[in-house]
Design a protein around this ligand. Sequence first.
Ligand SMILES: Cc1ncc(COP(=O)(O)O)c(C=O)c1O
Length: 385
Amino acid sequence: MEVPRIYLDHNATTPVRGDVVEIMAEVLREVFGNPSSVHAEGEAARRLIDDARQSASGLLGVDSREILFTGGATEANNTALWGVLSQRENAPGHIVTSRVEHPSVEAPLVALSRAGWRVTRVPVNPEGRVDAEEMLSAIEPGTALVSLIWANNETGTLQPVAEVAAGVRDRGILMHTDATQALGKVNVSLEGVPVDLLSASAHKFGGPKGVGMLVHRGEVAFDPILRGGPQEKGRRGGTENVAGITGLGVACTLAVKELDVRVKEYERLRDRLWEGIRSTIPKVRRNGSSNHVLPNTLNVEFENTAGEVLVQTLDLEGVSVSAGAACASGSIDPSPTLVAMGRTPEQARGSVRMSVGHGIDDGAIDRVLEILPRLVHRVRGAETR
Ligand SMILES: Cc1ncc(COP(=O)(O)O)c(C=O)c1O
């Protein structure tokens, strides 16, 4: 009998939830109209997009008019940074960010610095957290924007976004957060949190790939990255991904409904995994924060172990985990996030990320705990030979 695979890589992407698949299939089959068309078919498609916007606004605690659908979080981050800043008066100016941002924030910042913007990257402590005060004290008279990731994709460490946003408020400085890893895993309501721009992606919480959103509140002006159409009130040209946006909406509704249960369940499974690893495998260390952390994420450093070999070995045994961020896999450069936390390149290389989610149960965790000590022992043996 074939043993079912155990997917412990929910931070890379999540399986699409059954409800999402069903509604998307129905939309693809039945609702083919162009949302810009004035006839009944167009109207039906437009209504689906409006409904999805309502669901997303419910999850995020913002006005639905403040939500722009995008082709994922990479596009949302590029729009929030390049789209907003490249057309600012008094440009180029100054940006404050952290040393543990996702490449889809870091790369537009590099492009902006080529255009003359100055970027201050605030260091993090050994748990991977910035100090809110330190971040605020990096603000200068020319600072236009502060960008701080809500939860890190590799370690799950949560940043003090609300605290930094409160300090930025009323200073004419925009606050952006990449909340891609946080949605559906922790509460990300912006009610009472003065964040101006927030990026997210459906595939990280049970939705489809290639669709995401940018929340832009108040009067944030930006140049569209995609020009050439009236869609999304002229803020993003191109016929909308109606099925994808509908899927995102359903994923948001599920996240609202299930959040409390998910948090408890993910945390319980993640802690069971860590306790098992810690008590059976010598020379292991948990990277990141133990109290400011996503409930589903465990980043473990196995001393004297090639993380990428352990990932492959586990894969052959039917277990999916990742070494470093998914976007960086294929390369064995040490993770910049772990290096920013003070790990040596060698230590960073021994780190493996395990992220639980929908479909993982006690049996799956126990199976991993059953095979992992032997595999780590084998990989370590090969390394020291
Ligand atoms: C924190 C973070 N930001 C942005 C992204 C990019 O998201 P997308 O795949 O939707 O472009 C990811 C995906 O890995 C992520 O983890």
